[in-house]
Every structure is written in structure tokens, then in C-alpha cells.
Design a binder for this molecule. Structure first.
Ligand SMILES: [Zn+2]
Length: 66
């Protein structure tokens, strides 16, 4: 009986739908890849912009100020 219950999930997994959405093992939300541009102050006191590609989920969302 367990086999029948799993068949639908197995079909989706085979189709690759589930695999394409990585989920965070800590919070369980889908991990988004976001492109961030943040100002970084250098030692001389002026700002540069740092480009960053970051993986975003509920865990680090507050830390990134989003
Ligand atoms: Zn997380």
C-alpha cells in the first residue's frame, strides 16, 4: 500500500521538479539565489559597491536586511 501512496511523489521526483528547488535543511524554505549590491566602506573612507550572489532562505534573510 505504501508503494501506491508514493507513486505520485516518485513521478514528480523522476520528472525533476522537486530536485530543481533546493530547500534549506534548517528552516525548510526553498532557497532563492539573489543578486545583492551592497556598499562597502574602504579604509580610506569612500564607498565601493560589492556585487554578491547569495543564497537566500529564512535563516539568513534578517542578516541580509531583507
Ligand atoms: Zn534556512
Amino acid at each position: 500500500m505504501a508503494k501506491k501512496d508514493r507513486s505520485f511523489a516518485a513521478k514528480i521526483a523522476k520528472a525533476g521538479v522537486v530536485d530543481k528547488i533546493p530547500k534549506c535543511p534548517t528552516c525548510g524554505t526553498p532557497i532563492q539565489t539573489v543578486f545583492l549590491v551592497r556598499p562597502v566602506q574602504s579604509e580610506r573612507g569612500h564607498y565601493r559597491f560589492k556585487h554578491n550572489v547569495t543564497k537566500l532562505c529564512k535563516c539568513n534573510r534578517p542578516a541580509l536586511g531583507l
